[in-house]
Design a protein around this ligand. Structure first.
Ligand code: ADP
Ligand code: MG
Length: 690
């Protein structure tokens, strides 16, 4: 068996399990091993009942006091068991497990592990796991992997299959040379895969992770830099002087450009007029007004008789851009003849759009990335703008050029990436920064609070909705099973939370939920309904991060804010404060540790994305390697450009050295690496999916 073998070659995986794994996009053994744990469960030493904190997952070692008491409500069996360990007592509740009556004998000692909750003055645990003292000892202080699951596939089952794969699989050979490994302080690939799934201890986990993160960065950077066009200034096939159209547009706009917008617009103009193809990144915080700048560039292309394309990461955002443009065309008599291109259009509508694009009748094409880049024949595409996409590389540029000349490229991003990292990640892009917000904004009012504040927050949301506004509530999880890995507070989930809000908010308030596991059509519908004000409160995971612009929304409430990176919270905050109304951000932390609260307070003090990202890094220790991901913008599985910045730099230098010493990877010791990279290149995914 090797990595390419289908997982059905593993014992115990039949057709049914194969289907379940299919839902997680796991088909081969390699894919199974690359489905890294999302975090690890640490079985801590049992605590005394009197110090078992409510809201945390704990283990207690205690005796069964009294005879278990079973109640039946229709077909539901409820078994209550009292525990005592001398320091206090605790009540256990089990549902539909009547057989435990026999197992849990009065006076017997066991370890019980579960979420501690308080019910009145009493402490309770529902459905705890039961261990003998000896069994628990074996687990204590071990890190056990927790995987992303799907219904029907348990964590234990995945662990078992991964163990089997690790022991049976003939691994792909190590592809780095020994010298390379030692130069870069990396452990072997086999070791890394074993330890990422079943680490002996924390140090082993760190080393495993480093190796795998290095691989991701190395591959990405190598493939980018090895391309023959990398770093080359391509001659421009479209030299476009400024026309009167942009000045007229600016005159009619109800607001002046900010100083930063003007500066960036001038840089773009110089590129478009100059001898080389533009390849520029605009970094600007949420709300800094990147769209107008892009439209000025697109207008210049149209005025010169060419086509421009504006690509967005989600359909909803594409539709919103399209509507903005249509509105501007009418209001300011712009020369755009826009056409929309998104997946949900019918085949006929798409055909019509393709026709108008091929004939040149349309001079501005707005749509989602994949459609615009892969399926369209242009008459004369001179400028491609991508919004909130980060991996726009040489290959995509080639694809857009197809037979014609290379278009100018403008990439817009709200992710604040420090310059040193941006140079590594974006390679040959020139960087412009819009480092100023329009002056007319009412600053967002922030608060960082604990869960006791919830009733007030709901009251506040209800009041805002009464005034005609809308609100977002963000939860970290999609559904159920909210035990936290490190025994921290329970995590809120979107599905149950929406249900709860429907109950606590006045009936007239329309609550809906949204998450990444929903079908694309359903996601779009919900986002559209929210944008159209048919939904008042949207309970969502972070999928709404970049995908939506609803100026009427004035409240952003984030549950379990302690679980998110600050930069990500900042992006979430950018979803409000986009209109003329005062906006509010409520960061609710379930973890009242001083450090957590202090970290969140940074959001209170600053509105500057760069500052926030760098403060976040300073405050984070190695203990937070998992669980907090700063940005999903680059589709690395494990690597995080912020917290793994040091590895990113190291991988970048390793790529440079290798390309200098052996650019064609002809040397014997690089043969495996060459094969591996060729394969990675053909498999590499260009687009992130939301
Ligand atoms: P982002 O950079 O997050 O994409 P947008 O381009 O969507 O931001 O702009 C956010 C809002 O700010 C829009 O409603 C836009 O019309 C407005 N805006 C843009 N530039 C200015 C400006 N110079 N002064 C006032 N409002 C502006
Ligand atoms: Mg934008």
């Amino acid at each position: 068996m090797d990595g390419k073998s289908p997982i059905t070659e593993l014992k115990g995986i039949g057709e049914k399990t194969q289907k379940l794994f299919g839902k997680l996009n796991i088909r081969t053994v390699d894919e199974l091993l690359a489905a890294y744990p999302k975090d690890y469960e640490l079985f801590r030493e049992p605590v005394r009942i009197d110090s078992a904190e409510s809201g945390k997952v704990c283990a207690v070692h205690a005796a069964v006091a009294g005879i278990p008491n079973e109640k039946r409500i229709r077909r539901l069996s409820i078994l209550n068991v009292n525990l005592s360990d001398g320091s206090g007592s605790l009540q256990l509740t089990f549902f539909n497990m009547p057989f435990l009556k026999k197992t849990l004998r009065q006076g017997g000692y066991y370890v019980f592990r579960g979420l501690v909750q308080s019910r009145g003055a009493a402490k309770v645990m529902e459905q705890p796991k039961i261990f003998s003292w000896e069994d628990y000892r074996k687990l204590a202080d071990r890190l056990l992997p927790r995987y992303s699951l799907t219904k029907g596939l348990t964590n234990q089952a995945i662990q078992k299959h991964v163990r089997q794969a690790l022991s049976l699989c003939d691994f792909e050979q190590e592809y780095y040379s020994d010298v390379f490994l030692s130069e870069n302080g990396l452990i072997s690939r086999r070791r890394a895969l074993e330890d990422i799934h079943f680490p002996e201890n924390y140090d082993a986990l760190i080393l495993a992770r480093k190796r795998l993160v290095f691989d991701e960065f190395f591959e990405f950077l190598f493939l980018m830099r090895q391309n023959r066009d990398f770093g080359r200034q391509l001659e421009s096939g479209f030299r476009m002087p400024e026309t009167a159209d942009t000045a007229r547009f600016l005159e009619r706009l109800p607001f002046p450009l900010t100083r930063a917008q003007s500066k960036v617009w001038q840089e773009i103009q110089a590129d478009m007029e100059g001898p080389y193809c533009m390849n520029r990144l605009i970094q600007g915080d949420v709300g800094s007004g990147k769209t107008i700048v892009a439209l000025l560039a697109l207008l210049t292309a149209a005025a010169n008789g060419y086509q421009g394309a504006l690509m967005a990461p989600t359909e909803v955002l594409a539709v919103q851009h399209f509507e903005t443009v249509q509105d501007y065309v009418e209001r300011y008599s712009l020369i755009f003849r826009p056409v929309l291109l998104v997946g949900s259009m019918t085949a006929k509508e798409k055909r019509e759009a393709y026709g108008r694009i091929a004939s040149g009748e349309a001079n501005l094409i707005i749509g989602t990335h994949a459609l615009i880049q892969e399926k369209v024949q242009y008459q004369s595409l001179a400028l491609a703008v991508t919004d909130e996409q980060h991996r726009f590389g040489v290959r995509q540029r080639e694809r857009l050029a197809e037979k014609g000349a290379y278009p100018h490229i403008l990439v817009m991003s709200a992710t604040p990436i420090p310059r040193t990292l941006a140079i590594i990640l974006y390679g040959d892009l020139h960087i412009s920064v819009i480092d100023e917000l329009p002056a007319n904004r009412l600053p967002i009012k922030n608060c960082v609070v604990n869960t006791a504040y919830r009733p007030k927050a709901y009251q506040f949301i209800a009041e805002q909705v009464e005034q005609g506004r809308q609100a977002y509530v963000i939860c970290p999880q999609v559904e159920g099973d909210s035990e936290d890995a490190e025994g921290g507070a329970a995590l809120e989930n979107v599905v149950d939370y929406a249900e709860k809000l429907r109950n606590v908010l006045p009936e007239s308030i329309r609550v809906a939920h949204l998450h990444g596991k929903m079908r694309p059509g359903d996601k779009n519908r919900i986002m559209e309904e929210f944008a159209a004000r048919d939904i008042d409160v949207l309970v969502s995971t972070t999928v709404i991060e970049v995908g939506i612009n609803v100026p009427n929304a004035t409240v952003m409430m984030v549950e379990n804010a302690e679980r998110f990176g600050l930069a990500q919270l900042h992006q979430l905050r950018g979803r409000v404060g986009r209109g003329k109304h005062q906006s509010y951000c409520i960061f609710l932390s379930a973890d009242e540790k001083k450090e957590s609260m202090e970290r969140l307070q940074i959001l209170n003090r600053s509105n500057d994305g760069f500052f926030i990202a760098s403060e976040d890094l300073k405050l984070r220790g190695p203990g937070e390697l998992f669980g907090i991901r700063q940005s999903g913008d680059f589709s690395f599985r494990l690597g995080d450009i912020y917290s793994d910045a040091a590895v990113l730099k190291q991988a970048s230098e390793a790529v440079d050295r290798l390309l200098e010493q052996d650019p064609g990877l002809e040397r014997q010791e690089n043969a495996c690496l060459k094969r591996h990279l060729a394969e990675a290149s053909s498999n590499s995914v260009d687009f992130r999916t939301i």
